[in-house]
Ligand binder design. Structure first.
Ligand SMILES: Cc1cc2nc3c(=O)[nH]c(=O)nc-3n(C[C@H](O)[C@H](O)[C@H](O)COP(=O)(O)OP(=O)(O)OC[C@H]3O[C@@H](n4cnc5c(N)ncnc54)[C@H](O)[C@@H]3O)c2cc1C
Ligand SMILES: NC(=O)c1ccc[n+]([C@@H]2O[C@H](COP(=O)([O-])OP(=O)(O)OC[C@H]3O[C@@H](n4cnc5c(N)ncnc54)[C@H](O)[C@@H]3O)[C@@H](O)[C@H]2O)c1
Length: 507
C-alpha cells in the first residue's frame, strides 16, 4: 500500500500547459476529498466552470487513510475473530493471519473505489483538476505550487475543503521517536508485535481492536476517564469490556508524560510511574482543521483552532466569496458530514439561487443532526443528545427508554447482545402531544443500521407514535426501533422500559 509521493502531472486530463496565463473559472475548489469532490461535482453539474486543486491524491482521507482502509481492516479482523470463536462448535482455529495478505486485501478495497475519484473520472464530469498546493495571494486569486512550477488561478467563488490534520500532542520526546498515525498505520510492512495506541476515541477504539484481532499485542492509553467519551457512558463501558475481554490492556484517565526510543521500539511513561514498552506507537489523539498556510488572512477569512468560521449554510462569515466544506470547518468530522457540507458549499458557490437553496437546506443538514457510528465490535452508534446533555438542557421533562436485545428475537437467535437507549422529552401533561425524541444510542450488532431508523422521527419531524405503530418484518433487528418507541407509550414484556432522565448519567 505504499503511496507514491510523486504528484501527478500539473494539470490532469488537460493539454499540459505550463504557461504563465492565469487559469480562470467560476468556482475553484481547494481539496479533493469527500467535501471538495461533492462541492465541485455539484457546481459543475449546475453549469459552472470548475477548477479543483489537490496537492496529494484525489479521493482524500476517507478513501486512502480513513473510513475505507479502517473498515476493511475491521472486517478482516472480525473474520479472524469469528473463526477463532468457532472453537465452541468443535472447530480448532489458531494462529495469526498472514500480514502481507491483510495489507493486500486492504489495498484491494481501496483500489476498488479509487477509479471513481480519479482525476480522469473527475475530468469526465467537466471539472479541471490541478495538482499542487494552493494558497490565496490576493482577493479572488490563488497561487498553486507544484514541482513543475507555479500557476495563478482566479475565480469569482472559492470552496475551501482542505480537511483536517492529526493533532499531535505536545509530549516530551515524541518528535524523537518514530510514531504512526492513521496516515501511515495501514502501510506498516510488518505486523506490530506490541502496538501502543495513544487516544481512545473512534480511531483508537477501532484500530486497537482490529490490530489485536489481527495478532498484535495492544495497549491503549486514554487520557479521558472513558473510551469514546462523546457517546453514552454505557457505550464506553461496553467497548471497554469487549477490549479487555479480547486481551487488550486499557489505561483510562492516563496522562502520558514522556516517550523515549528503545532497542525494539518505544517506551511510553505515564503519570504515576507506569511505563509501557511497545514496538510501535500509534498517535490517535484527535484531529484539527487544516487552516494554516492557505493565505486566509490575505483574503480576510476568519478562522481559529476550531476551523474556518462559517454561517450555517457554510459561507465564510467575513469573506463572502469563500465557502467552507468538510473537516476544515470543524465540529464533528465524518464523511457524511463532509458531503453534506460540500453540498451546501457547492450550492452556495453557484449564485443567488444556490445560496437560497443552501439556506433552506442548512437547518435540516446540520451536522449536529447526523448520526455517527463507531465500527468496533460491539458496533456503537449515536444520534443527538446524550441523557446527561438532555437533562442539563430540559431538566425533568426528560424520559429515557432502555431496551435490551434480550427482547429482540433476531438478536437472540444470532447469539447477539446489545441495547438501545432512547432519550425523549415528555408530552404535555404526560400525553403524546409535544412528545419528541432528542437522542439515541445503540450498542450491538447492526447498531449502525438501527440508528438510522431510530433517528428518522426527530430528523423528519414525524411523531414518535407513527414509528411505534409502523409494522416491521419479523424477525429483524429493525424491530428494536419499533419496540423501543413503543416503550415511550406503554409497558409490555417486549418493549423498552421508560424511566425519568438522570442528571448523573454522564458517569
Ligand atoms: C482512521 C479514520 C477512520 C475514519 N472512519 C470514518 C467512518 O467510518 N465514517 C465517517 O463518516 N468518517 C470517518 N472518518 C472521518 C472522515 O475520513 C473525514 O471526516 C472525511 O474524510 C473528511 O473529508 P474532507 O473532504 O473534509 O477532508 P479530506 O478527505 O482530508 O480532503 C482534504 C483534501 O485537501 C487536500 N489539501 C489540503 N490542503 C491543500 C492545499 N493547500 N492545496 C490543495 N489541496 C489541499 C488534501 O490533500 C486532501 O486530499 C475517519 C477518519 C479516520 C482518520
Ligand atoms: N467511525 C467513524 O465515523 C470514525 C472513525 C475514526 C475517526 N473518525 C473521526 O476522526 C476524527 C479523529 O478521531 P480521533 O479518535 O483521533 O479523535 P477524538 O478527538 O474523537 O478522540 C481522541 C481521544 O484521544 C484522547 N486524547 C487526547 N490527547 C491525549 C493524550 N495526550 N494522551 C492520551 N489520550 C489523549 C482524548 O481523550 C480523546 O478521547 C474524529 O472527529 C472522529 O469522529 C470517525
Amino acid at each position: 500500500m505504499t503511496h507514491d509521493p510523486t504528484p501527478p502531472a500539473f494539470v490532469w486530463a488537460q493539454p499540459t500547459d505550463h504557461g504563465t496565463t492565469p487559469l480562470k473559472a467560476d468556482v475553484v475548489v481547494i481539496g479533493a476529498g469527500s467535501a471538495g469532490l461533492t462541492a465541485a461535482g455539484l457546481a459543475a453539474s449546475l453549469g459552472r466552470r470548475v477548477i479543483l486543486v489537490e496537492r496529494d491524491r484525489t479521493g482524500g482521507e476517507c478513501l486512502f487513510t480513513g473510513c475505507v482502509p479502517s473498515k476493511a481492516l475491521l472486517s478482516l479482523a472480525k473474520r479472524v475473530h469469528t473463526a477463532r470463536g468457532a472453537a465452541a462448535l468443535g472447530l480448532d482455529v489458531t494462529g495469526r493471519p498472514d500480514w502481507a495478505v491483510v495489507r493486500a486485501e486492504v489495498r484491494r478495497v481501496i483500489d476498488h473505489f479509487e477509479p471513481v475519484d480519479s482525476p480522469q473520472a473527475i475530468a469526465a464530469r467537466g471539472i479541471t483538476v490541478i495538482a499542487g498546493e494552493a494558497a490565496f495571494v490576493s482577493p479572488h486569486v490563488l497561487e498553486v505550487t507544484h514541482a513543475q512550477g507555479t500557476r495563478t488561478v482566479m475565480a469569482g467563488e472559492f470552496v475551501l475543503a482542505t480537511g483536517s490534520e492529526v493533532s499531535v500532542p505536545d509530549l516530551e520526546g515524541l518528535r524523537d521517536v518514530p510514531f504512526l498515525t492513521h496516515e501511515t498505520v495501514f502501510d506498516v510492512p510488518e505486523r506490530p508485535e506490541h502496538l501502543i495506541v495513544l487516544g481512545g476515541g473512534p480511531i483508537g477504539g477501532e484500530l486497537s481492536q482490529a490490530m489485536a484481532r489481527l495478532g498484535s499485542r495492544v495497549t491503549v492509553v486514554q487520557a479521558a476517564e472513558r473510551l469514546i467519551p462523546k457517546d453514552e457512558p454505557e457505550a464506553s463501558r461496553a467497548l471497554l469490556t469487549a477490549l479487555r475481554a479480547e486481551g487488550l490492556t486499557v489505561h483510562l484517565g492516563a496522562q502520558a508524560t514522556r516517550v523515549e526510543p528503545t532497542e525494539v521500539g518505544v517506551r511510553l511513561h505515564l503519570q504515576g510511574g507506569v511505563a509501557v514498552d511497545g514496538t510501535h506507537l500509534l498517535v490517535a489523539t484527535g484531529k484539527r482543521p487544516r487552516v494554516h498556510g492557505l493565505g486566509l488572512d490575505v483574503i480576510g477569512a476568519a478562522y481559529n483552532d476550531q476551523g474556518l468560521t462559517v454561517t450555517p449554510s457554510m459561507q465564510s462569515i467575513t469573506c463572502p466569496y469563500l465557502w467552507g466544506a468538510g473537516d476544515v470547518v470543524g465540529g464533528p468530522m465524518f464523511t457524511h458530514g463532509a458531503t453534506e457540507r460540500g453540498t451546501l458549499a457547492g450550492l452556495g458557490s453557484v449564485g443567488w439561487l444556490g445560496r437560497a437553496a443552501a439556506r433552506l437546506r442548512a437547518p435540516a443538514g446540520r451536522v449536529a443532526l447526523i448520526p455517527w457510528v463507531t465500527y468496533t465490535d460491539p458496533e456503537i452508534a449515536h444520534w443527538g443528545l446524550t441523557e446527561a446533555q438532555a437533562v442539563a438542557r430540559y431538566g425533568d421533562r426528560v424520559t429515557v427508554v432502555d431496551y435490551d436485545f434480550l427482547h429482540l428475537d433476531r438478536a437472540v437467535t444470532e447469539g447477539e447482545s446489545g441495547f438501545v437507549k432512547l432519550v425523549a422529552l415528555r408530552g404535555m401533561l404526560g400525553s403524546p402531544v409535544g412528545l419528541r425524541v432528542v437522542g439515541a444510542q445503540v450498542v450491538g450488532s447492526r447498531a449502525g443500521e438501527l440508528i438510522q431508523g431510530l433517528s428518522v422521527s426527530p430528523r423528519l419531524g414525524v411523531h414518535p407514535l407513527r414509528v411505534a405503530l409502523l409494522p416491521v418484518s419479523y424477525p429483524t433487528f429493525a424491530e428494536a426501533t419499533r419496540q423501543t418507541y413503543l416503550g415511550l407509550f406503554t409497558e409490555g414484556e417486549h418493549f423498552g422500559k421508560a424511566r425519568p432522565g438522570r442528571a448523573d448519567a454522564s458517569v
